[in-house]
Design a protein around this ligand. Structure first.
Ligand code: GTP
Ligand code: MG
Length: 274
């Protein structure tokens, strides 16, 4: 999946009328400071489009980011025209065709810029290197695949459970999130973010239950995975599953904004619903 365009489209406060879009919406819910805006930035491949805060309570509105991606075209029988995308972050980010073409283009650029290689062309190894580059040309023509552009919205919800706001403000945020979950015809998927280091608290459990009561099966994202080793991550995922009373089959994906761990899986889920 290659990101073609992203922009902040609509911002809604408590009193705003929620927009109705023709394009699919994918929402991110979770406690204040859990990493919703950071995850949305990672998905959009922007460093700071969604504002990230050191202190909880940064996002206090519902923010709709409009995104256009390019994906391998789906053929008539529902199969894509290329083999499944690789699970790595880079491969998940670009469709197989354009990514490989990009890698080849960059390789060629490095080749052209490297003076030692230029020299080698005229030296005794020159012949072998020229043959290598011809091979690259052949593979470039072989990997071009038809693609299509798909627009959708990523929806950054305000964080709940932020201690430094009044009870009435907390209630308004809660109402706004619940209203959004219950009255958005375009909402196709909800991601529920919880911090991988902590057992989910009463707010997380309530949000999980709200999301399910609104008719969605949330994908649970265990954020800040870079703070734990791999075996601790697995242990905490089971703690999260048990505490939320999520079924065995529920997806709980560890994610790290700085390392990109889990981003490929998130793209896979997005691609299924857009
Ligand atoms: N180590 C680490 N830090 C993260 C990660 N994701 C977010 N953070 C940090 O956590 C803090 C909060 O991140 P945000 O993305 O603003 O969290 P949020 O859920 O949008 O917060 P609110 O808008 O207040 O609800 C920031 O200091 C981020 O840099 C992560 O995957 N790993
Ligand atoms: Mg935020």
């Amino acid at each position: 999946m290659k990101i073609i365009d992203v922009k902040l489209d609509t911002v809604c406060g408590y009193t705003s009328t929620l927009p109705v879009f023709d394009e699919p919406e994918i929402a991110f819910a979770g406690k204040s400071n859990v990493g919703k805006s950071s995850l949305i930035n990672a998905v959009m491949k922007r460093r700071r489009l969604a504002r990230v805060g050191e202190t909880p309570g940064k996002t206090r509105t519902i923010n709709f980011y409009h995104v256009v991606v390019e994906v391998p075209q789906v053929m008539e029988q529902g199969t894509v025209s290329v083999p499944a995308l690789q699970p790595s972050m880079e491969d998940a980010a670009g469709d197989a065709g354009s990514l490989q073409a990009e890698v080849i283009r960059k390789k060629k650029l490095r080749w052209k810029k490297d003076p030692s290689r230029q020299k080698a062309l005229s030296g005794k190894n020159g012949q072998a290197r020229v043959r290598g580059s011809q091979k690259e040309d052949a593979s470039q023509t072989a990997v071009r695949v038809p693609t299509e552009r798909k627009p959708f919205f990523l929806v950054d919800l305000p964080g709940y459970g932020y201690a430094n706001v009044s009870v009435s403000e907390k209630e308004k945020w809660g109402e706004m999130i619940e209203r959004y979950l219950n009255s958005s015809p375009g909402l196709k998927k909800v991601f529920l973010l919880v911090d991988i280091r902590h057992e989910p608290n009463a707010n997380d459990i309530q949000m999980y239950d709200w999301v399910r009561a609104s008719g969605f099966t949330p994908v649970i994202i265990a954020t800040k995975a870079d703070k734990l080793g791999k075996s601790q991550q697995l242990r905490q995922i089971e703690v999260i599953r048990r505490t939320l009373k999520a079924p065995e089959a529920a997806e709980i994906l560890p994610f790290s904004a700085p390392s990109g761990q889990g981003l490929g899986e998130i793209y896979r889920v997005i691609q299924q619903v857009i």
